[in-house]
Design a protein around this ligand. Structure first.
Ligand code: GLV
Ligand code: MN
Ligand code: MN
Length: 420
């Protein structure tokens, strides 16, 4: 029997892990809610660490709150191979986004140990802290910190209760200075060898084409917008329509402009208004203040920057037509990042050697891989999502599909371990 034939995941064991982690969530919310810094997230991470230990990993939590499980290799001085993902969820999210990469990688460790396979390099299985975007407009907290991309300015950002990100870290038991210092561990390229992440596709392509494996070519860039519309409060019964400065109308125009830009994208480009905040209003007052949150994403860098400029102009123009001031603040969550060509090649070769079909595709979702790419070349493996749904309770991937992904993941990790 070849090594590849022996390396089989146990769907029962994996299914039990997925079910157990899914029980740790906000009990009063729909779907699966385990957002960063929440109590369910705190307890779920203790569970993850215990599963890592039970799989034979040496577990540490770094200063940035990442749980790192180490499987020591034969050559301690060799740059380590890294895998992992995240176990936080969006509000009312699903059970698979991120979780498949963490639990799937723990399963790979169990498969290696059961078969007495030792790697040359240390294998680090990481559950990165807080991958999902949060009220601070910042995704991938843990991987961003590890890559040295988290700044004191980020720590000063405030959530809707006015609490600074740094304070949220401290409440969660993580010293902000330690969070910033976590980057020192792998500073610069060279300390880490390769990063490989297994993840659910979260979109419809693989299922529609009947393909088992997605080989990620690039991860979309994300530009975020916070727009403040300031008009004037007036009596809703007496102010003439033409004389009004209605902030909500200007925001509504902006929502449609966001959608219009997204619909005009040639490759993979999307634009979404995710939230409108209004102070408590009276039913008989023209709204004077609205805050809008939106994001644009694309793997086409030129389109993304042009679309951002067009959208900004359009929103300001339409607001002015309504006599409303629009103050737009843009930030970049992450720039578009191509996956490493050689790592993509290793994944396709692994799938081919196992007789598993694959397809190359870009990722519209962002991932910890974007940030770890600062430290070493990265690649990602996708498995199909039912009906392309994600970030909702309906998110689903069959255990059989996850198992196929784990086999390809294990095969590719073995090859990356050997690669110079
Ligand atoms: C995370 O899933 C994101 O793409 O925002
Ligand atoms: Mn994810
Ligand atoms: Mn997500």
């Amino acid at each position: 029997m070849t090594v590849s034939e022996r390396l089989q995941p146990s769907p029962d064991r994996l299914g039990a892990d997925l079910d157990e982690l899914a029980t740790v969530r906000e009990p009063t919310r729909a779907g699966w809610t385990r957002t960063v810094f929440s109590e369910p997230y705190r307890s779920s991470r203790e569970w993850v660490a215990s599963r890592m230990r039970a799989a034979g990993l040496r577990v540490e939590t770094d200063g940035a709150g990442n749980i790192v499980g180490v499987l020591p290799g034969r050559v301690p001085s060799a740059p380590a191979l890294v895998t992992g993902s995240h176990t936080d969820t969006v509000e009312a999210g699903g059970r698979f986004d991120g979780v498949v990469g963490v639990l799937g990688s723990i399963e790979v460790v169990r498969m290696l140990r059961e078969n007495d396979i030792e790697l040359d390099r240390d294998l680090l299985v990481v559950d990165f802290l807080g991958e999902e975007s949060n009220e601070f407009g910042l995704s991938c907290l843990g991987s961003r910190a590890l890559a040295g991309e988290l700044t004191t300015d980020h720590l000063d950002r405030r959530d809707r209760d006015g609490v600074r990100l740094g304070e949220r870290y401290a409440e969660f038991g993580l010293e902000p200075s330690g969070v910033l210092e976590a980057a020192a561990r792998f500073a610069g390229r060279g300390a880490l060898h390769r990063y490989l992440e297994l993840h659910v596709e979260q979109g419809p392509v693989l299922e529609q084409r009947g393909t088992a494996i997605g080989v990620v070519t690039a991860i979309a860039g994300i530009h975020r917008l916070v727009a403040d519309f300031v008009g004037r409060a007036d009596h809703a019964g007496t102010a003439p329509m033409a004389a009004r400065r209605d902030a909500l109308v200007a925001a509504a125009e902006a929502v449609l402009a966001v959608r219009q830009q997204g619909c005009g994208a040639p490759v993979h480009g999307v634009a979404t208004t995710t939230r409108l905040d209004a102070p408590p209003g009276s039913p008989n007052v023209v709204p004077a203040r609205i805050r809008m949150y939106a994001e644009m994403r694309s793997v086409d860098v030129g389109w993304l920057s042009d679309a951002q400029r067009r959208l900004g102009e359009e929103i300001s123009l339409r607001a002015a037509e309504h006599g409303v001031d629009a103050d737009l603040t843009w930030s970049v969550d992450n720039e578009c990042l191509p996956a490493d060509a050689d790592v993509q090649q290793v994944i396709t070769a692994a799938a081919d050697s196992l007789g598993v079909g694959w397809e190359a595709l870009p990722s519209g979702a962002t991932h910890d891989a974007v940030h770890i790419a600062r430290l070493c070349p990265m690649g990602m493996i996708f498995v199909p999502s039912r009906d392309g749904r994600s970030h909702c309770p309906e998110e689903w991937t069959d255990l059989e599909d996850i198992s196929t992904g784990i086999r390809v993941h294990a095969e590719a990790l073995l090859e990356l371990d050997r690669a110079r």
